[in-house]
Design a protein around this ligand. Structure first.
Ligand code: NDP
Length: 449
Protein backbone atom coordinates (compact mmCIF):
# COMPACT_ATOMS: atom_id res chain seq x y z
CA UNK A 1 0.00 0.00 0.00
CA UNK A 2 2.74 2.32 1.05
CA UNK A 3 4.49 1.51 -2.21
CA UNK A 4 1.50 2.65 -4.30
CA UNK A 5 1.47 6.00 -2.53
CA UNK A 6 5.22 6.37 -3.09
CA UNK A 7 4.75 5.60 -6.80
CA UNK A 8 2.06 8.23 -7.33
CA UNK A 9 3.97 10.82 -5.32
CA UNK A 10 7.09 10.21 -7.37
CA UNK A 11 5.22 10.30 -10.69
CA UNK A 12 3.14 13.39 -9.94
CA UNK A 13 4.66 15.17 -6.96
CA UNK A 14 2.37 18.23 -7.11
CA UNK A 15 -0.97 16.38 -7.05
CA UNK A 16 -1.51 16.60 -3.29
CA UNK A 17 -5.28 16.18 -3.26
CA UNK A 18 -4.92 13.05 -5.41
CA UNK A 19 -2.29 11.64 -3.02
CA UNK A 20 -4.66 12.37 -0.11
CA UNK A 21 -7.63 10.63 -1.74
CA UNK A 22 -5.56 7.55 -2.69
CA UNK A 23 -3.96 7.32 0.78
CA UNK A 24 -7.38 7.34 2.47
CA UNK A 25 -8.63 4.52 0.29
CA UNK A 26 -5.43 2.46 0.55
CA UNK A 27 -5.61 2.50 4.34
CA UNK A 28 -9.07 0.92 4.25
CA UNK A 29 -8.03 -1.69 1.69
CA UNK A 30 -5.20 -3.36 3.63
CA UNK A 31 -7.35 -6.20 5.02
CA UNK A 32 -8.98 -6.75 1.61
CA UNK A 33 -5.60 -7.11 -0.08
CA UNK A 34 -4.48 -9.55 2.62
CA UNK A 35 -7.50 -11.77 2.00
CA UNK A 36 -7.13 -11.55 -1.82
CA UNK A 37 -3.43 -12.02 -2.67
CA UNK A 38 -4.20 -12.42 -6.41
CA UNK A 39 -5.01 -8.68 -6.56
CA UNK A 40 -1.32 -7.97 -6.02
CA UNK A 41 -0.26 -10.23 -8.90
CA UNK A 42 -2.87 -8.59 -11.14
CA UNK A 43 -1.52 -5.14 -10.12
CA UNK A 44 -5.07 -4.02 -9.38
CA UNK A 45 -4.07 -1.06 -7.23
CA UNK A 46 -1.48 0.17 -9.74
CA UNK A 47 -4.18 0.03 -12.44
CA UNK A 48 -6.77 1.79 -10.28
CA UNK A 49 -4.59 4.85 -9.63
CA UNK A 50 -3.71 5.38 -13.30
CA UNK A 51 -6.53 7.06 -15.28
CA UNK A 52 -7.59 5.15 -18.39
CA UNK A 53 -7.37 8.43 -20.31
CA UNK A 54 -6.77 12.13 -19.61
CA UNK A 55 -7.57 14.88 -22.10
CA UNK A 56 -6.33 18.41 -21.59
CA UNK A 57 -7.11 21.18 -24.00
CA UNK A 58 -7.07 24.90 -24.71
CA UNK A 59 -10.32 26.84 -24.26
CA UNK A 60 -10.14 30.25 -25.99
CA UNK A 61 -13.07 32.65 -25.54
CA UNK A 62 -13.86 36.33 -25.88
CA UNK A 63 -15.32 38.55 -23.12
CA UNK A 64 -17.97 41.23 -23.59
CA UNK A 65 -15.28 43.89 -24.14
CA UNK A 66 -13.76 41.93 -27.02
CA UNK A 67 -10.74 40.76 -25.03
CA UNK A 68 -9.52 37.19 -25.63
CA UNK A 69 -8.94 34.79 -22.71
CA UNK A 70 -7.37 31.34 -22.68
CA UNK A 71 -8.39 28.75 -20.10
CA UNK A 72 -7.43 25.13 -19.69
CA UNK A 73 -9.98 22.32 -20.05
CA UNK A 74 -9.71 18.75 -18.73
CA UNK A 75 -11.52 15.42 -18.70
CA UNK A 76 -10.15 12.60 -16.57
CA UNK A 77 -11.62 9.22 -17.61
CA UNK A 78 -10.58 7.19 -14.61
CA UNK A 79 -12.24 3.79 -14.78
CA UNK A 80 -14.89 2.25 -17.05
CA UNK A 81 -14.99 -1.29 -15.61
CA UNK A 82 -18.66 -1.11 -14.64
CA UNK A 83 -20.09 1.42 -17.10
CA UNK A 84 -19.48 4.58 -19.14
CA UNK A 85 -17.42 7.25 -17.38
CA UNK A 86 -19.68 9.43 -15.26
CA UNK A 87 -18.85 12.46 -13.13
CA UNK A 88 -19.22 16.21 -12.99
CA UNK A 89 -17.51 19.18 -14.56
CA UNK A 90 -16.06 21.81 -12.20
CA UNK A 91 -15.45 25.40 -13.27
CA UNK A 92 -13.33 27.10 -10.59
CA UNK A 93 -9.99 28.95 -10.69
CA UNK A 94 -8.43 26.32 -8.39
CA UNK A 95 -9.05 23.49 -10.90
CA UNK A 96 -5.94 21.56 -11.95
CA UNK A 97 -5.14 18.00 -12.96
CA UNK A 98 -4.43 16.86 -9.38
CA UNK A 99 -7.82 18.04 -8.09
CA UNK A 100 -9.66 16.43 -11.00
CA UNK A 101 -7.78 13.15 -10.53
CA UNK A 102 -8.76 13.11 -6.84
CA UNK A 103 -12.39 13.77 -7.76
CA UNK A 104 -12.37 11.14 -10.54
CA UNK A 105 -10.78 8.57 -8.23
CA UNK A 106 -13.44 9.18 -5.56
CA UNK A 107 -16.13 9.03 -8.23
CA UNK A 108 -15.14 5.47 -9.24
CA UNK A 109 -15.95 4.16 -5.74
CA UNK A 110 -19.00 6.37 -5.29
CA UNK A 111 -20.57 5.28 -8.56
CA UNK A 112 -19.95 1.64 -7.72
CA UNK A 113 -21.78 2.11 -4.40
CA UNK A 114 -24.91 3.40 -6.13
CA UNK A 115 -25.40 -0.07 -7.72
CA UNK A 116 -26.00 1.66 -11.09
CA UNK A 117 -23.77 0.82 -14.09
CA UNK A 118 -21.50 3.87 -14.12
CA UNK A 119 -17.72 4.16 -14.33
CA UNK A 120 -15.88 7.16 -12.88
CA UNK A 121 -14.64 10.39 -14.44
CA UNK A 122 -14.39 14.10 -13.73
CA UNK A 123 -13.52 17.21 -15.70
CA UNK A 124 -13.63 20.95 -15.77
CA UNK A 125 -11.66 24.09 -16.20
CA UNK A 126 -9.83 26.82 -14.29
CA UNK A 127 -12.44 29.24 -15.69
CA UNK A 128 -14.18 31.32 -12.98
CA UNK A 129 -17.88 31.91 -13.78
CA UNK A 130 -18.12 34.38 -10.87
CA UNK A 131 -18.68 37.94 -12.09
CA UNK A 132 -19.11 36.86 -15.75
CA UNK A 133 -22.16 37.81 -17.81
CA UNK A 134 -24.49 35.11 -19.16
CA UNK A 135 -23.11 35.78 -22.65
CA UNK A 136 -19.53 35.27 -21.47
CA UNK A 137 -20.44 32.02 -19.69
CA UNK A 138 -22.21 30.87 -22.87
CA UNK A 139 -19.22 31.61 -25.09
CA UNK A 140 -16.90 29.84 -22.67
CA UNK A 141 -19.15 26.74 -22.47
CA UNK A 142 -19.45 26.60 -26.25
CA UNK A 143 -15.68 26.79 -26.70
CA UNK A 144 -15.19 24.13 -24.00
CA UNK A 145 -17.62 21.78 -25.75
CA UNK A 146 -16.08 22.35 -29.20
CA UNK A 147 -13.18 20.21 -27.94
CA UNK A 148 -14.85 18.01 -25.30
CA UNK A 149 -17.51 16.63 -27.69
CA UNK A 150 -14.93 14.33 -29.35
CA UNK A 151 -14.33 12.49 -26.09
CA UNK A 152 -17.83 12.03 -24.65
CA UNK A 153 -21.13 10.40 -25.64
CA UNK A 154 -24.12 8.65 -24.06
CA UNK A 155 -22.35 5.26 -24.21
CA UNK A 156 -18.83 6.59 -23.51
CA UNK A 157 -18.75 9.38 -20.98
CA UNK A 158 -21.65 11.36 -19.52
CA UNK A 159 -20.59 14.53 -17.66
CA UNK A 160 -22.77 16.46 -15.17
CA UNK A 161 -22.46 19.59 -12.98
CA UNK A 162 -20.25 20.30 -9.99
CA UNK A 163 -18.87 23.51 -8.44
CA UNK A 164 -19.54 26.39 -10.85
CA UNK A 165 -21.53 24.21 -13.26
CA UNK A 166 -25.30 24.32 -12.73
CA UNK A 167 -28.37 24.30 -14.95
CA UNK A 168 -27.28 27.36 -16.94
CA UNK A 169 -23.89 25.89 -17.88
CA UNK A 170 -25.31 22.41 -18.65
CA UNK A 171 -27.76 24.11 -21.04
CA UNK A 172 -25.04 25.91 -22.99
CA UNK A 173 -22.84 22.79 -23.06
CA UNK A 174 -25.70 20.59 -24.26
CA UNK A 175 -26.72 23.08 -26.96
CA UNK A 176 -23.26 23.03 -28.50
CA UNK A 177 -22.91 19.23 -28.22
CA UNK A 178 -26.24 18.77 -30.00
CA UNK A 179 -25.22 21.11 -32.80
CA UNK A 180 -21.80 19.49 -33.33
CA UNK A 181 -23.09 15.89 -33.30
CA UNK A 182 -26.44 16.61 -34.89
CA UNK A 183 -28.10 14.37 -32.35
CA UNK A 184 -30.32 14.80 -29.30
CA UNK A 185 -29.02 12.31 -26.76
CA UNK A 186 -28.58 11.88 -23.03
CA UNK A 187 -24.94 12.96 -23.13
CA UNK A 188 -25.08 15.25 -20.10
CA UNK A 189 -27.13 15.00 -16.92
CA UNK A 190 -28.61 17.87 -14.94
CA UNK A 191 -30.50 18.95 -18.06
CA UNK A 192 -33.58 21.21 -17.99
CA UNK A 193 -36.86 19.46 -17.26
CA UNK A 194 -38.41 20.12 -20.66
CA UNK A 195 -35.36 18.86 -22.60
CA UNK A 196 -34.48 15.54 -21.01
CA UNK A 197 -33.71 16.39 -17.39
CA UNK A 198 -34.94 14.37 -14.43
CA UNK A 199 -37.17 15.62 -11.65
CA UNK A 200 -35.28 15.75 -8.33
CA UNK A 201 -31.83 15.95 -10.01
CA UNK A 202 -31.10 19.46 -8.65
CA UNK A 203 -32.23 18.35 -5.19
CA UNK A 204 -30.62 14.90 -5.26
CA UNK A 205 -27.20 15.42 -3.67
CA UNK A 206 -28.54 17.48 -0.76
CA UNK A 207 -31.61 15.31 -0.21
CA UNK A 208 -29.50 12.15 -0.49
CA UNK A 209 -27.05 13.43 2.09
CA UNK A 210 -29.87 14.09 4.56
CA UNK A 211 -31.44 10.67 3.86
CA UNK A 212 -28.05 9.11 4.62
CA UNK A 213 -27.77 11.11 7.87
CA UNK A 214 -31.25 9.96 8.89
CA UNK A 215 -30.20 6.33 8.31
CA UNK A 216 -27.10 6.81 10.45
CA UNK A 217 -29.10 8.37 13.28
CA UNK A 218 -31.61 5.52 13.11
CA UNK A 219 -28.84 3.08 14.06
CA UNK A 220 -28.80 4.94 17.41
CA UNK A 221 -32.59 5.23 17.60
CA UNK A 222 -32.57 8.95 16.82
CA UNK A 223 -34.08 11.22 14.16
CA UNK A 224 -33.22 14.62 12.72
CA UNK A 225 -36.19 16.28 14.35
CA UNK A 226 -35.05 19.10 16.62
CA UNK A 227 -31.34 18.58 15.82
CA UNK A 228 -29.25 21.73 15.37
CA UNK A 229 -27.19 21.61 12.17
CA UNK A 230 -24.20 23.46 10.72
CA UNK A 231 -24.23 23.54 6.91
CA UNK A 232 -21.36 25.01 4.87
CA UNK A 233 -21.65 26.28 1.29
CA UNK A 234 -24.69 27.97 -0.21
CA UNK A 235 -24.66 26.36 -3.65
CA UNK A 236 -26.59 23.44 -5.03
CA UNK A 237 -25.72 20.85 -2.38
CA UNK A 238 -26.03 23.20 0.61
CA UNK A 239 -29.39 24.63 -0.51
CA UNK A 240 -31.11 21.25 -0.86
CA UNK A 241 -29.45 19.86 2.26
CA UNK A 242 -30.97 22.80 4.14
CA UNK A 243 -34.34 22.29 2.43
CA UNK A 244 -34.59 18.62 3.44
CA UNK A 245 -33.32 19.32 6.96
CA UNK A 246 -36.07 21.93 7.42
CA UNK A 247 -38.64 19.49 6.09
CA UNK A 248 -37.54 16.89 8.65
CA UNK A 249 -37.76 19.35 11.54
CA UNK A 250 -34.06 20.11 12.04
CA UNK A 251 -32.71 23.59 12.79
CA UNK A 252 -30.20 24.97 10.23
CA UNK A 253 -27.88 27.52 11.82
CA UNK A 254 -25.26 28.34 9.18
CA UNK A 255 -24.54 28.73 5.45
CA UNK A 256 -21.39 30.03 3.78
CA UNK A 257 -19.58 30.93 0.59
CA UNK A 258 -15.89 31.36 -0.13
CA UNK A 259 -15.90 34.83 1.48
CA UNK A 260 -17.60 34.10 4.81
CA UNK A 261 -20.50 32.53 6.68
CA UNK A 262 -23.75 33.50 8.37
CA UNK A 263 -24.88 32.20 11.76
CA UNK A 264 -28.61 32.62 12.29
CA UNK A 265 -29.45 31.90 15.92
CA UNK A 266 -33.16 31.59 15.10
CA UNK A 267 -32.42 29.13 12.29
CA UNK A 268 -33.38 29.14 8.63
CA UNK A 269 -37.04 29.12 7.58
CA UNK A 270 -38.64 28.34 4.22
CA UNK A 271 -38.82 32.07 3.45
CA UNK A 272 -35.19 32.64 4.35
CA UNK A 273 -34.11 29.68 2.21
CA UNK A 274 -36.13 31.04 -0.73
CA UNK A 275 -34.21 34.29 -0.32
CA UNK A 276 -30.87 32.37 -0.38
CA UNK A 277 -31.93 30.48 -3.53
CA UNK A 278 -32.89 33.71 -5.27
CA UNK A 279 -29.70 35.41 -4.04
CA UNK A 280 -27.38 32.61 -5.17
CA UNK A 281 -29.11 31.18 -8.24
CA UNK A 282 -30.53 34.31 -9.87
CA UNK A 283 -28.81 37.36 -8.46
CA UNK A 284 -25.52 35.48 -8.04
CA UNK A 285 -24.83 37.56 -4.90
CA UNK A 286 -22.85 36.92 -1.70
CA UNK A 287 -24.09 35.19 1.47
CA UNK A 288 -23.21 38.33 3.51
CA UNK A 289 -26.44 39.85 2.10
CA UNK A 290 -28.40 37.37 4.23
CA UNK A 291 -27.22 39.13 7.40
CA UNK A 292 -28.15 42.51 5.90
CA UNK A 293 -31.70 41.25 5.48
CA UNK A 294 -32.22 39.11 8.60
CA UNK A 295 -31.21 40.69 11.88
CA UNK A 296 -31.13 37.33 13.72
CA UNK A 297 -28.02 36.48 11.66
CA UNK A 298 -24.39 37.47 12.06
CA UNK A 299 -21.96 37.44 9.13
CA UNK A 300 -18.30 36.56 9.72
CA UNK A 301 -15.67 36.66 6.96
CA UNK A 302 -13.58 33.48 6.56
CA UNK A 303 -9.81 33.85 6.24
CA UNK A 304 -8.58 30.88 4.19
CA UNK A 305 -5.08 31.32 5.68
CA UNK A 306 -6.33 31.01 9.30
CA UNK A 307 -5.64 27.78 11.21
CA UNK A 308 -9.35 27.00 11.57
CA UNK A 309 -12.76 27.89 10.15
CA UNK A 310 -15.03 29.65 12.69
CA UNK A 311 -18.13 28.12 11.09
CA UNK A 312 -17.21 24.79 12.74
CA UNK A 313 -16.85 26.37 16.18
CA UNK A 314 -20.51 26.52 17.23
CA UNK A 315 -22.54 24.24 19.44
CA UNK A 316 -24.55 21.83 17.25
CA UNK A 317 -25.64 18.22 16.92
CA UNK A 318 -24.87 17.63 13.23
CA UNK A 319 -22.53 19.05 10.57
CA UNK A 320 -23.05 18.92 6.80
CA UNK A 321 -19.89 20.22 5.07
CA UNK A 322 -21.22 21.01 1.57
CA UNK A 323 -18.79 23.50 0.00
CA UNK A 324 -15.42 22.09 -1.04
CA UNK A 325 -12.44 19.81 -0.26
CA UNK A 326 -10.44 20.10 2.99
CA UNK A 327 -12.80 22.58 4.62
CA UNK A 328 -12.62 20.76 8.00
CA UNK A 329 -9.07 20.36 9.29
CA UNK A 330 -7.87 18.68 12.49
CA UNK A 331 -8.51 21.76 14.60
CA UNK A 332 -11.99 22.27 13.12
CA UNK A 333 -12.78 18.62 13.88
CA UNK A 334 -11.66 19.03 17.49
CA UNK A 335 -13.73 22.22 17.78
CA UNK A 336 -16.78 20.36 16.47
CA UNK A 337 -16.25 17.52 18.93
CA UNK A 338 -15.82 19.92 21.86
CA UNK A 339 -19.11 21.56 20.84
CA UNK A 340 -20.93 18.25 21.12
CA UNK A 341 -21.21 17.17 17.46
CA UNK A 342 -22.64 13.66 17.11
CA UNK A 343 -22.85 13.34 13.30
CA UNK A 344 -20.81 14.61 10.34
CA UNK A 345 -22.30 13.87 6.93
CA UNK A 346 -20.20 14.99 3.95
CA UNK A 347 -22.12 16.63 1.10
CA UNK A 348 -18.91 17.91 -0.51
CA UNK A 349 -16.16 15.67 -1.85
CA UNK A 350 -13.34 15.04 0.67
CA UNK A 351 -14.23 18.05 2.85
CA UNK A 352 -12.41 16.59 5.88
CA UNK A 353 -8.63 16.28 6.09
CA UNK A 354 -7.09 12.95 7.23
CA UNK A 355 -6.41 14.45 10.69
CA UNK A 356 -10.05 15.52 10.94
CA UNK A 357 -11.31 12.08 9.91
CA UNK A 358 -9.03 10.40 12.46
CA UNK A 359 -10.52 12.61 15.20
CA UNK A 360 -14.11 11.68 14.22
CA UNK A 361 -13.36 7.96 13.90
CA UNK A 362 -11.46 7.98 17.18
CA UNK A 363 -14.44 9.49 19.02
CA UNK A 364 -16.83 7.03 17.31
CA UNK A 365 -19.26 9.73 16.23
CA UNK A 366 -21.42 9.04 13.16
CA UNK A 367 -19.13 10.06 10.31
CA UNK A 368 -20.11 9.57 6.63
CA UNK A 369 -17.52 10.02 3.87
CA UNK A 370 -18.72 11.96 0.81
CA UNK A 371 -18.33 9.03 -1.53
CA UNK A 372 -21.21 7.39 0.32
CA UNK A 373 -23.31 10.28 1.61
CA UNK A 374 -23.18 12.54 -1.47
CA UNK A 375 -23.82 9.72 -3.95
CA UNK A 376 -27.47 10.82 -4.33
CA UNK A 377 -26.55 13.29 -7.08
CA UNK A 378 -24.86 10.79 -9.34
CA UNK A 379 -27.56 8.24 -8.53
CA UNK A 380 -30.29 10.48 -9.90
CA UNK A 381 -27.99 11.29 -12.83
CA UNK A 382 -27.97 7.54 -13.46
CA UNK A 383 -31.77 7.59 -13.26
CA UNK A 384 -31.78 10.53 -15.72
CA UNK A 385 -29.75 8.36 -18.13
CA UNK A 386 -32.30 5.54 -17.76
CA UNK A 387 -35.21 7.91 -18.43
CA UNK A 388 -33.37 9.33 -21.50
CA UNK A 389 -32.80 5.80 -22.87
CA UNK A 390 -36.45 4.87 -22.34
CA UNK A 391 -37.62 8.33 -23.48
CA UNK A 392 -40.04 8.19 -20.58
CA UNK A 393 -39.83 10.51 -17.56
CA UNK A 394 -40.70 9.34 -14.07
CA UNK A 395 -42.74 11.41 -11.62
CA UNK A 396 -41.16 13.35 -8.76
CA UNK A 397 -42.43 10.74 -6.29
CA UNK A 398 -40.95 7.85 -8.32
CA UNK A 399 -37.51 9.46 -8.55
CA UNK A 400 -37.48 10.50 -4.89
CA UNK A 401 -38.52 7.05 -3.80
CA UNK A 402 -35.72 5.47 -5.91
CA UNK A 403 -33.25 7.97 -4.44
CA UNK A 404 -34.31 7.02 -0.90
CA UNK A 405 -33.98 3.33 -1.70
CA UNK A 406 -30.49 3.84 -3.16
CA UNK A 407 -29.28 5.88 -0.17
CA UNK A 408 -30.67 3.27 2.21
CA UNK A 409 -28.90 0.56 0.25
CA UNK A 410 -25.56 2.44 0.23
CA UNK A 411 -25.86 2.91 3.98
CA UNK A 412 -26.51 -0.79 4.53
CA UNK A 413 -23.72 -1.84 2.16
CA UNK A 414 -21.20 0.38 3.97
CA UNK A 415 -22.19 -0.93 7.39
CA UNK A 416 -22.04 -4.57 6.25
CA UNK A 417 -18.62 -4.20 4.60
CA UNK A 418 -17.25 -2.41 7.67
CA UNK A 419 -18.60 -5.16 9.92
CA UNK A 420 -17.22 -7.95 7.69
CA UNK A 421 -13.74 -6.44 7.95
CA UNK A 422 -13.94 -6.01 11.74
CA UNK A 423 -14.41 -2.24 11.85
CA UNK A 424 -18.09 -2.02 12.83
CA UNK A 425 -19.65 1.42 12.36
CA UNK A 426 -16.71 2.72 10.30
CA UNK A 427 -18.52 4.06 7.21
CA UNK A 428 -15.23 5.20 5.69
CA UNK A 429 -13.80 1.70 5.56
CA UNK A 430 -17.16 0.28 4.52
CA UNK A 431 -17.55 2.67 1.56
CA UNK A 432 -14.01 2.16 0.30
CA UNK A 433 -14.15 -1.62 0.60
CA UNK A 434 -17.62 -2.08 -0.92
CA UNK A 435 -16.89 0.27 -3.85
CA UNK A 436 -13.53 -1.40 -4.48
CA UNK A 437 -15.03 -4.86 -4.39
CA UNK A 438 -17.52 -4.15 -7.15
CA UNK A 439 -15.05 -2.40 -9.47
CA UNK A 440 -12.27 -4.92 -8.97
CA UNK A 441 -14.47 -7.92 -9.64
CA UNK A 442 -15.36 -6.35 -13.00
CA UNK A 443 -11.73 -5.52 -13.77
CA UNK A 444 -10.66 -9.09 -13.06
CA UNK A 445 -13.46 -10.49 -15.26
CA UNK A 446 -12.49 -8.20 -18.15
CA UNK A 447 -8.80 -9.14 -18.23
CA UNK A 448 -5.77 -6.92 -18.62
CA UNK A 449 -7.11 -3.87 -20.46
P1 NDP B 1 -21.87 25.11 -6.20
O1 NDP B 1 -20.95 25.76 -7.15
O2 NDP B 1 -23.31 25.12 -6.45
O3 NDP B 1 -21.63 25.70 -4.73
C1 NDP B 1 -20.37 25.63 -4.13
C2 NDP B 1 -20.42 26.37 -2.80
O4 NDP B 1 -19.20 26.15 -2.10
C3 NDP B 1 -20.57 27.86 -2.98
O5 NDP B 1 -21.22 28.38 -1.86
C4 NDP B 1 -19.10 28.32 -3.00
O6 NDP B 1 -18.90 29.67 -2.64
C5 NDP B 1 -18.48 27.39 -1.99
N1 NDP B 1 -17.07 27.18 -2.31
C6 NDP B 1 -16.55 26.76 -3.48
N2 NDP B 1 -15.22 26.71 -3.43
C7 NDP B 1 -14.89 27.11 -2.19
C8 NDP B 1 -13.67 27.27 -1.51
N3 NDP B 1 -12.50 27.00 -2.12
N4 NDP B 1 -13.72 27.69 -0.23
C9 NDP B 1 -14.90 27.96 0.38
N5 NDP B 1 -16.10 27.82 -0.21
C10 NDP B 1 -16.09 27.40 -1.47
O7 NDP B 1 -21.32 23.61 -6.06
P2 NDP B 1 -22.07 22.32 -5.49
O8 NDP B 1 -22.98 22.71 -4.39
O9 NDP B 1 -22.58 21.56 -6.64
O10 NDP B 1 -20.83 21.49 -4.90
C11 NDP B 1 -20.40 21.59 -3.54
C12 NDP B 1 -19.58 20.36 -3.18
O11 NDP B 1 -20.40 19.18 -3.35
C13 NDP B 1 -18.34 20.12 -4.04
O12 NDP B 1 -17.35 19.51 -3.24
C14 NDP B 1 -18.82 19.11 -5.07
O13 NDP B 1 -17.77 18.35 -5.62
C15 NDP B 1 -19.73 18.25 -4.20
N6 NDP B 1 -20.73 17.46 -4.92
C16 NDP B 1 -21.66 18.07 -5.75
C17 NDP B 1 -22.59 17.30 -6.38
C18 NDP B 1 -23.68 17.91 -7.20
O14 NDP B 1 -24.59 17.17 -7.58
N7 NDP B 1 -23.66 19.20 -7.47
C19 NDP B 1 -22.59 15.82 -6.27
C20 NDP B 1 -21.65 15.31 -5.32
C21 NDP B 1 -20.73 16.11 -4.69
P3 NDP B 1 -18.63 30.78 -3.76
O15 NDP B 1 -19.96 31.05 -4.37
O16 NDP B 1 -18.05 31.92 -3.02
O17 NDP B 1 -17.64 30.16 -4.72
Amino acid sequence: MHQIIEIIKEKDPGQIEFHQAVSEVMESLEPVMERNPEYRRLKILERLVEPERVVMFRVPWMDDMGEIHINRGFRVQMNSAIGPYKGGLRFHPSVNLGILKFLAFEQVFKNALTTLPMGGGKGGSDFDPKGKSDAEVMRFCQSFMIELFRHIGPETDVPAGDIGVGGREIGYLFGMYKKLRNEFSGVLTGKGLNWGGSLIRPEATGYGSVYFAAEMLATRNMTLEGKSCLVSGSGNVAQYTAEKLLELGAKVLTLSDSSGYIYDEEGLTRNKLDFVMMLKNQKRGRISEYADKYKSAVYTPIDPAADCNPLWNHRADCAFPSATQNEINGKDARNLLQNGIMLVCEGANMPTTPEGIAAFVDQRILYAPGKASNAGGVSVSGLEMSQNSMRYPWTREEVDSRLKTIMRSIHKTCLEAAEYYDTPGNYMNGANIAGFDKVVTAMVDQGLV
